[in-house]
Each structure stands twice: as C-alpha cells, then as structure tokens.
Design a protein around this ligand. Structure first.
Ligand code: CTP
Ligand code: MG
Length: 396
C-alpha cells in the first residue's frame, strides 16, 4: 500500500443506475442522459465523491459498464481505487442486490442511492451516515409533503390523509450492513425502496432531513428542472474585459538622445519631459491605468516620484503591469499610434513592438502617421501618441 493510499472505508454507497428510463424516454438509459455537458450519473457521482469517504459501487445496465467506469474515473479523483461497476437486474431491487454482493467485507454501513437523484447534496449523505453511526439500523432522508393527499379507489376518494403524518422518501437510504444483507437474503415481495424492505423485515427506520435538490429525475419536466438549477448554479458570471484610452504629447527640445517607443534613436532630436519624454510609453501607461480604474500617469508616476526622473519606457511599463495585475486584471493587448514626422518608425516597428511587448508581457502593436503638415506634429514641434488598452479581470 502506498503512503498516500486512502484508508479502507467503513461506508459503501451503492449507486443504482441500471434503469432504462421509460418515463423519461430520452433514447438512452436514464443515467446516461445529459443534464448539461455531463450525464445524470456524472452529476450524481460528483456529489457522492464529495460526501463521506466510501466504497462506491455503481450498478449499471450490462451494456454500459465501460461507460459507467469512465464516468466514475472522471470524477473520483483520489478516490478512484474505491470505485467499481457491476451489472444491474430487471428491477431496482435486483439491481440493489447485485450492488450489495460487491460491497467489501470490512464495510459496516451501506447507503443505497438512486443515480436519478443526480443533484442530491453531499450533506444528505453525511446526515445519513451520522444517523447510522448514532446507532440506528436504518436512516431515511424525508421531505414534508406539501400537497394534501387522499386515498383513492379508482375515481372515488376513500379517505383524506393527515399530511402531518406523511413524508416523501428520498435517497441515499442508509443501513447497518448486516441488517440490509439479511433483509435482502430473505426478501420475497418487490419493494419500491430499501427502507420499505428493511421495515418489512421488522427493523425501525429513522428519518433525517432530506433536501429539495434530492428530487428524482423521472420525467422530462424533472430533467428541465435539473437543467435550470444547474444553469443558475454553475454558470459563472462572465467578467467583462475593460478598455482604457491614453494620450501623451511631448515637445522636441530635450537633452541627449531621443527615446521613443522604448527605443533609443541615435541622431534624432530628443523630446523634453520629466522622464525621457517617451510619449508612446506614457500613452500606453495612461490607457492601462484607465482600463484598470487606477487613475492616470500623473497620480502614479508624478513629479513627486523622483525615481522616475529620466526613467525609460521599460521601467514605467513594468511598474504599470504590476499595478494592473495587483488590481486583479491581466493585460489583454495594447494598440498605440504615434503622430509625428520623425523619426521614421516603420524600419524599427518590429523592434519597438518587441521591446514594449516584453515589458508588459502582453502584445503591443505600434502604428505611425504624419498629419499632413498640420498642427504641432505637422510642423515638427513635437510628438503625440494615442493608445487603447484592453484588460481582462482574472477569475477569483
Ligand atoms: N434502477 C436500477 N435497475 C432497475 C431499475 C431502476 O438500477 N432495474 C435505478 C434507476 O437507474 C434509477 C433508480 O433505480 O437510478 C430509480 O428508478 P427510476 O427512477 O424508476 O428509474 P428507471 O427505472 O430507469 O425509470 P423508469 O421507471 O421511468 O423506467
Ligand atoms: Mg423504474
């Protein structure tokens, strides 16, 4: 036994899934009909495996044993060694009996569960096991009856029944293993559930609270209900991406070399500014901060932050990436356009995009245009840049 092997469980869950589903009439054995992307059996097993540690015996139609095992292994996780599949019989009771024969020797408590009660919460399993561990021979999850119930004889009401004395039985139904074995060994009549069989063998059956979600999928209306419940419960609220826009302008007239779009441009006139005057980088920073709702470049990298005096694009962009990430976003992409006569960007576009992309860890595309001699960019007094950024909320 490997060191991470699970302890041998003292509980077994028999999941009966061998029925044909005549009333559902979905063209396949009921347990293999899809609720959403997953089958009734898959959903039932997910909740079984989320409950108390147990051997899990799936009782499947003889021609579906392989499919049942595939479903089991898809959801069992660390518990995959605890699962087995056996073929069922013509009646539910025969199917349970087949499952019971596959229960391991050390098991003390056996729960019998209808795969058709696919959405039964794991807490119901926990309650049933707790009732058995408290010393009960049998434990049955029940729900109050909401309708007034009558005893009828064909078209005539024979008696009104007191609703407060009635309860609707669900599964998983739990039993001391010896009690269930003995009741099955001596069963004569066919019973609709195991609690009835055990009670007819003379045992007391304790009740525990059931759950609305443990309803049995019998008809197509039940299947629709399960689908609606799952659609609400599992569809994540898709967080929308967010966009931001940023612009920046710098005048020519700085000292030293020109820095633009993350590159040094030897022989070109420098731009003036608190940092290196890289209008492209600054427009990108503003667009990203705006998209993430983090203010703007003035509030994050203003003159009160002397460490950014003379800093180049990479330092700004890397810090911006940290801020955006810390705010819960991933950067989708950035598109930036430069308006100026010089430098000619096209020959170094790839280099610029690579430098900016590396600093942000997300694609940055750079385009450039002149303004037909108009405005300060047209007269060559300065450079303008416009950026749009997309950020995507990271899943919680
Ligand atoms: N069941 C079983 N073996 C049978 C009959 C039923 O394992 N011979 C299982 C079903 O797969 C289901 C549970 O017992 O999970 C409850 O039965 P029911 O809802 O009646 O399912 P079906 O018998 O498949 O449906 P129908 O009666 O409409 O044919
Ligand atoms: Mg049936």
């Amino acid at each position: 036994m490997s060191s991470d092997a699970l302890p041998t469980p003292h509980v077994a869950v028999i999941v009966v899934a061998a029925g044909s589903g005549t009333r559902l009439a979905a063209g396949a054995p009921k347990a293999f009909v899809g609720i959403d992307a997953h089958s009734i059996l898959h959903h039932a097993l997910e909740r079984v495996f989320a409950g108390p540690l147990a051997q899990v015996v799936i009782v499947a139609p003889p021609e579906r044993l392989g499919d049942a095992l595939t479903e089991a292994h898809a959801v069992a996780g660390r518990r995959h060694d605890l699962v087995g599949v056996v073929p069922g019989g013509d009646t539910r009771q025969e199917s349970v009996a087949a499952g019971l024969r596959a229960v391991w020797p050390g098991v003390q408590y056996v729960l019998v569960h209808d795969a058709a009660r696919a959405l039964t919460p794991p807490a119901v399993f926990t309650r049933v096991v707790a009732a058995l561990e408290a010393g009960n021979d049998a434990a049955l999850p029940v729900m109050p009856v909401v309708d007034t119930v009558k005893r009828v004889d064909a078209a005539r009401v024979v008696a009104a029944l007191d609703r407060s004395e009635l309860a609707a039985a669900q599964t998983p139904q739990g039993f001391r293993r010896a009690v269930l074995d003995a009741a099955y060994a001596t069963a004569e009549a066919d019973h609709t559930d195991d609690a009835a069989l055990v009670q007819s063998a003379g045992h007391e059956v304790a009740t525990v609270p059931g759950d609305d979600l443990a309803f049995k999928i019998t008809t197509s209306a039940d299947l629709d209900r399960a689908r609606a419940l799952l659609a609400v419960a599992v569809t994540p609220v898709v967080p929308l991406p967010r966009v931001g826009v940023g612009t920046d302008v710098h005048a020519f007239g700085g000292d030293g070399a020109l820095w633009l779009a993350g590159l040094e441009w030897p022989g070109e006139k420098a731009l003036s500014g608190h940092s290196d005057g890289d209008a492209v980088a600054h427009a990108i920073v503003d667009a990203l901060l705006a998209a993430a709702g983090l203010g703007d470049i003035g509030t994050r990298f203003g003159t009160d932050q002397p460490e950014y005096a003379g800093a180049h694009a990479v330092a700004f962009l890397e810090r911006t990436r940290e801020l955006v990430t810390a705010a819960g976003f991933a950067i989708g992409n950035v598109s930036v356009q430069v308006q100026s006569n010089r430098p000619k960007l096209a020959p170094r576009r790839g280099e610029a995009e690579a430098a900016l992309t590396a600093a942000l860890g997300a694609p940055v595309t750079v385009s450039a245009t002149t303004t037909d001699g108009l405005g300060f960019t047209g007269t060559g007094d300065g450079v303008a840049a416009f950026a749009v950024a997309l950020v995507v909320p990271r899943p919680a």
